[in-house]
Design a protein around this ligand. Structure first.
Ligand SMILES: [Zn+2]
Ligand SMILES: [Zn+2]
Length: 236
């Protein structure tokens, strides 16, 4: 962790110990997010039953899921990835604000039904990014959810290095997009897993990891994330 990161982590910890301002509206608050702002966070009112994409109509599935394009069985996401939520997730990641990450994870935890799940697994992060950021946000979320729902926490994947990616010709690189992960351990056959990440965007990563898990014998894979992007928005 470089000096800037250490300072940010200390600042976040002090903010947590002596919270006096809501992170969103900056009004005096003893909580990280005041009750008014917490109630205003963009929840997902109606979504695709499989991939949790917010839907404007009463349809049960989105077009992609009707075409059967996902390898995971279903996704559960706490919020729609709109301004206030994207701002909070950015603060969590860029300022290594672990207390905020735990607060967001708790909002997700309260919405989950984990009866079909045996264990959680965090989407892995390349070591270089982990070094820059000082932590893997998915592991913070997965750790909280495992504790709250009394589930095992597994580490099943490793990332390909950037050098390995660079050595591939461009065409090969395009065809391996979203395939930068490799199973390092065989999961127990029949295992039912929840893959944990901060935001579900196109689903490319979740799809690739789910495909590998199922090929390795997993029975069922859910994806759990803090937020889900609506169709038109991208991830910063
Ligand atoms: Zn507020
Ligand atoms: Zn869908």
């Amino acid at each position: 962790m470089n000096k800037q990161r250490i300072l940010e982590a200390i600042r976040s910890s002090v903010d947590y110990l002596l919270p006096n301002q809501c992170l969103l509206c900056k009004q005096t608050s003893s909580a990280l997010i005041c009750p008014h702002c917490a109630a205003d966070l963009p929840s997902i009112k109606h979504a695709c039953s499989i991939c949790c994409l917010p839907l404007q109509t009463k349809a049960k599935f989105c077009r992609e899921c009707l075409a059967g394009s996902h390898n995971f069985d279903r996704a559960r996401c706490a919020f729609s990835y709109e301004k206030s939520v994207s701002e909070l997730i950015h603060q969590f990641k860029s300022r290594a604000n672990v207390p905020l990450g735990l607060w967001l994870s708790e909002q997700l935890s309260q919405q989950l039904d984990s009866r079909l799940i045996d264990a959680v697994v965090a989407v892995p992060q390349h070591w270089r990014r982990r070094l820059q950021r000082g932590f893997n946000q998915s592991e913070i979320i997965a750790g909280h959810l495992a504790k709250k729902h009394r589930l095992a926490e597994l580490k099943l994947f490793k990332c390909h290095s950037h050098r390995q990616q660079k050595q591939l010709k461009r065409q090969q690189r395009l065809s391996t997009e979203g395939k930068n992960y490799q199973l390092k351990l065989q999961p127990q056959p029949g295992l039912r897993l929840a893959l944990v990440d901060d935001v579900l965007t196109t689903g490319a990563t979740a799809n690739e990891l789910s495909k590998q898990l199922k090929q390795a014998g997993c029975d069922y894979v859910e994806v759990w994330t803090l937020a889900r992007t609506p169709k038109s928005s991208g991830r910063p």
